[in-house]
Write a protein that binds this ligand. Structure first.
Ligand SMILES: [Zn+2]
Length: 359
């Protein structure tokens, strides 16, 4: 959840615009590739970058933004400013299922007949969203309880009680499921679609080697780290998956990162190295918390600093506390897989971790 491994906020100026990365416009980042930041009201991330790739056959958009009026209108204006319209869109390549990436792609794709492609491993999340009426409680509750965050879970239930049901048009299934790494012919361009599970199970990045570009979604972000362990249904090793996916991207050539949130242009190798080092350090701190007596994700989260300001856990809002507990549990589960802690499950559903017993 949005820790900062040391990059400064001055880096928020994006070199394509010369302005803060959220500034409105269609900013050319490479010949035929424009970045269009769309607003995310009430979201700490502030905006999501949609990338518009021009081709002989029309436009390919990487991610679509959140399906809200203000974002849709802005995307329309920005496409017009570069001589295009919604009707020119041929396809959406969506990096992952989160609402700020998927929903406007799905809605516009249906309207204009553009293909929407999404990673196959996002299907369980879409199935949940399309069958919410069958659930008796939020699927996040079980994940929070597994992290020992029962109090937080009880507060989430109350927040949830006045939540709206998901909009079916926004969460309809994609036209194409991306399965495994593959080359995509996008007009005259070739993109390597690379499966990068971690932030979500079906996350993909798209590398255009010829142009030296990495459409990175939320996998490689320049100033924050993506949330880990905040997915339903849960997967066994989200942090292990994320670090393996970082290593996979590190094996690609060094590319310019085009992130979904933040300014463009950072070296993919440099940033991946920072992210791996950050989580390596975080694993050590989490282990130290267990050695100091913490036994659950929720316990251990109290021993760590949160957000770029290293805030103490009790000062976080209840939503962030839940994310912090789940993310800490993801670190504990990787430590358990590495044999650095032991793991058992309590009757109340929470996992408990302890220092390994010396033999
Ligand atoms: Zn995102």
């Amino acid at each position: 959840m949005a820790h900062d491994p040391g990059t400064s906020t001055a880096y928020a100026v994006s070199p394509d615009s010369g302005e803060h990365w959220t500034a409105e416009g269609a900013w050319e980042v490479s010949p035929g590739v424009h970045r269009v930041p769309l607003p995310l009201p009430m979201d700490g991330l502030r905006a999501v970058n949609v990338y518009v790739v021009e081709n002989d056959d029309g436009l390919t958009l990487v991610d679509g933004g959140w399906s809200i009026e203000v974002a849709r209108d802005l995307l329309q204006r920005c496409l017009r400013s570069i001589g295009h319209d919604f009707r020119d869109i041929r396809r959406f390549l969506v990096t992952h299922v989160h609402r700020d990436h998927y929903t406007l792609a799905r809605v516009l794709g249906a309207e204009v007949g553009a293909e929407v492609a999404l990673g196959r491993d996002e299907q369980p999340a879409l199935e949940l969203l399309n069958n919410v009426h069958e659930l008796t409680r939020s699927p996040f509750i079980e994940v929070l309880e597994s992290a020992g965050a029962h109090d937080v879970a009880a507060q989430w239930v109350r927040l949830d009680a006045d939540g709206d049901l998901p909009d079916a048009a926004m969460w309809a299934y994609p036209d194409t499921w991306l399965e495994g790494d593959q080359q995509l012919e996008v007009g005259s361009r070739t993109l390597d679609a690379v499966h990068t599970p971690g932030h979500t199970p079906g996350h993909f990045v798209f590398a255009e080697r010829a142009a030296g570009l990495l459409f990175a979604g939320d996998h490689v972000l320049p100033t924050i780290t993506p949330s880990i362990g905040f997915t339903v249904p849960p997967t066994p090793q989200p942090l292990g998956d994320f670090m393996a996916s970082l290593t996979k991207v590190r094996a690609l050539p060094d590319l310019r990162v085009l992130p979904a949130h933040g300014p463009v242009g950072m070296s993919s190798h440099e940033r991946v190295d920072q992210l791996l080092a950050f989580h390596g350090g975080r694993l050590d701190q989490t282990l130290a918390a267990v050695l100091g007596g913490a036994r659950t994700g929720h316990d251990a989260a109290q021993h760590l600093g949160w957000t770029r300001h290293e805030k103490a856990f009790p000062t976080l809002d209840v939503f962030s506390q839940g994310m912090a507990a789940m993310e800490t549990k993801a670190h504990l589960d990787l430590l358990a897989a590495q044999g650095r802690v032991t793991r058992t499950r309590d009757p109340d559903g929470s996992f408990r971790y302890a220092p390994p017993v010396p033999d």
